[in-house]
Design a protein around this ligand. Structure first.
Ligand code: FAD
Length: 526
């Protein structure tokens, strides 16, 4: 029986390889099967596109791009690769919107699955009962390749909206759930991975499995924040809440870092948890300009006051807040905003306020993207560094990083805001510091100058290295978000006590290490 199985697997391997080679010679794409409806592409343009990402630093071409229409296309593809066994070097990467920074969605000489082409079945909304419990709250079922911006528009048609976001919505569900999905709503709702009820997964053996906390819970938690290592997310059930129509968008400035973080922490604490719906912050290091402000379409009502404020070259800290509302509640909302601003310790003349629609607020980064694109400043290398810094070390971190390392600042915003760990599920694969409050620090540089100049890639990478070395040397307990490492030793250190279970989960759900090779955690086969 054993030798028959091996013979059978070899035949499958040869036939499958023959199909691919044959197709690549005769035609640029061919139909995978009649049921799934998807197709492979082998043409140079498709392969070149599949080797690009937002980071614009790593480019590894696959040998084929699969454009699935339904889950069976994905399952069949992975099953073929699985049946080829460990001697084949073929790997498979799901590619969402490819907004990775270091080739994480690429598959060198493997197969890239273009998740955005997965459309079946379409989005389905469940309105839920009028209750506060998650068990019958409204939700939407979406494809793993759906963009969050499309989900926003679809759910708004029913007066509903997802609860937790990223700052930028032109990312796919599968891409952000494979990391965490963090923005200014995370302090209250947790990251996006805390707002998912069910998933449909294609594992590394080609099995299609439904999972939730209660059904196949181990797979469910593995995949969330799992860097694409345990399966491909083909569908997700996203929790929804009633949508507001308008947003009060507020910015206030601090010159004192202690006052800034104290106020941020006060606002995310349980007693003020309802004060604002979104809490973020950023560092202003003596710079202005489009690249630094790209996250923002912020246009305060009192620009005269804004213009009068002079930073005199100081490093400033901007607290960014949002309060959602519907126009009929405006008086109450104004009172609430005034009440909560009254106990904050920002520089008095620096209260900047504007009102925008909910969609304008959530989709704010896209407006800046369009501006940067017209100036050729979007498709540049992005040596971003995203870190989770424990609250107990945020002052030490800020003193050295903002005071000594980023003194000239790089081209791009520097985000800093706290979240509550109690809103993160420790069973997921994502790694966070071991403290109830930790900060997300995003140093989001664009490399626009000569490679060795101050705005160039080498200079920025050097700054990033100095930051990481400083954190390491001083045991600050910092963890990388959207992590990138070159060796398994570094990954082990990143996962710390979670490494053993990460390894165990990999051996169960993707034993040949077929999936997401661009993360460089495992080599096929482990
Ligand atoms: P991709 O880059 O295509 O894929 C990322 C990884 O997930 C790859 O390893 C890929 O193989 C895997 N993957 C993709 N789809 C699936 C799937 N369906 N199933 C399993 N694995 C899959 N992140 C935040 O948390 N908060 C932010 O505010 C934020 N803002 C951003 C703003 C910009 C301008 C950019 C470029 C990125 C931002 N990010 C943010 C980071 C972003 O969440 C991640 O880079 C995310 O992975 C991008 O999604 P994507 O669809 O482009 O994924």
């Amino acid at each position: 029986l054993r030798s028959f199985t091996i013979l059978f697997l070899s035949c499958v391997t040869i036939i499958t390889r023959f199909d691919w080679c044959f197709s690549s010679i005769t035609t640029s794409s061919f139909s995978l099967n009649a049921v799934g409806g998807g197709h492979f592409s082998f043409d140079e343009t498709s392969l070149r596109n599949a080797a690009k990402d937002f980071g614009n630093r790593f480019q590894y071409q696959p040998i084929a791009v699969m454009n699935p229409e339904s889950v069976s296309d994905i399952a069949n593809t992975i099953k073929h690769v699985w049946l080829m066994g460990p001697t084949s070097h073929l790997t498979v990467a799901a590619r969402g919107h490819a907004h990775s920074l270091q080739g994480q969605a690429q598959a060198p000489n493997g197969i890239v699955i273009n998740m955005e082409s997965l459309k079946l079945p379409g989005m389905h909304l469940h309105l839920g009962a009028d209750s506060d419990s998650d068990s019958d709250s409204p939700y939407v079922d979406v494809s793993g390749g759906e963009l969050w911006i499309n989900i926003l528009h679809e759910t708004l048609r029913f007066g509903l909206t997802p609860r937790s976001w990223t700052d930028y919505l032109h990312l796919t569900v599968g891409g952000t759930l494979s990391n965490a999905g963090v923005s200014g709503q995370a302090f209250r709702h947790g990251p996006q991975i805390s707002n998912v009820q069910q998933l449909e997964i294609v594992t590394g053996t080609g099995q299609v499995v439904n999972c939730s906390k209660d059904e196949n819970g181990e797979l469910f938690h593995s995949v969330l924040g799992g860097l694409g290592q345990f399966g491909i997310i083909t569908r997700a059930r996203i929790l929804l809440e009633p949508a507001p129509t308008m947003v009060k968008w507020i910015r206030v400035l601090y010159s004192d870092f202690t006052a800034f973080t104290r106020d941020q922490e006060k606002l995310i604490s349980s007693e003020n948890n309802n004060a604002f719906d979104y809490i973020e912050g950023f560092v202003i290091i003596n710079r202005t300009g489009l690249l630094n402000n790209w996250r923002s379409t912020f246009n305060p009502q009192d620009p005269i006051q804004a213009n009068q404020f002079k930073s005199d070259g100081r490093t400033l800290f901007c607290l960014e807040l949002a309060k959602y509302f519907n126009p009929q509640d405006i008086d109450f909302v104004n009172e609430e905003v005034e009440k909560h601003l009254s106990y904050l310790h920002y520089i008095e003349s620096t209260l900047f306020l504007t009102e925008v629609t909910y969609v304008e607020f959530l989709d704010r980064v896209h407006v800046s993207e369009l501006k940067l694109r017209t100036k050729g400043l979007w498709d540049v290398p992005h040596p971003w560094l995203n870190l989770f810094v424990p609250r107990s070390n945020i002052h030490k971190f800020a003193e050295v990083v903002f005071g000594n390392i980023l003194t000239e600042t790089s081209n791009g915003p520097v985000l800093i805001y706290p979240v509550n760990k109690s809103k993160w599920d420790n069973r997921s694969s994502v790694v966070t510091p071991d403290e109830e409050v930790f900060y997300l620090v995003g140093i989001l540089a664009s490399a626009v100058g000569d490679s060795s100049g101050n705005d160039g890639i080498e200079h920025i990478e050097g700054e990033n290295r100095r930051i990481l070395e400083y954190c390491e040397r001083n045991n600050l307990g910092v963890k990388q978000y959207l992590p990138h490492y070159n060796t398994q030793e570094e990954w082990k250190a990143h996962f710390g006590p979670k490494w053993e279970s990460f390894l165990q989960r990999k051996s169960v759900y993707d034993p040949l290490a077929i999936l997401a090779p661009g993360q460089r955690i495992f080599q096929k086969a482990i």
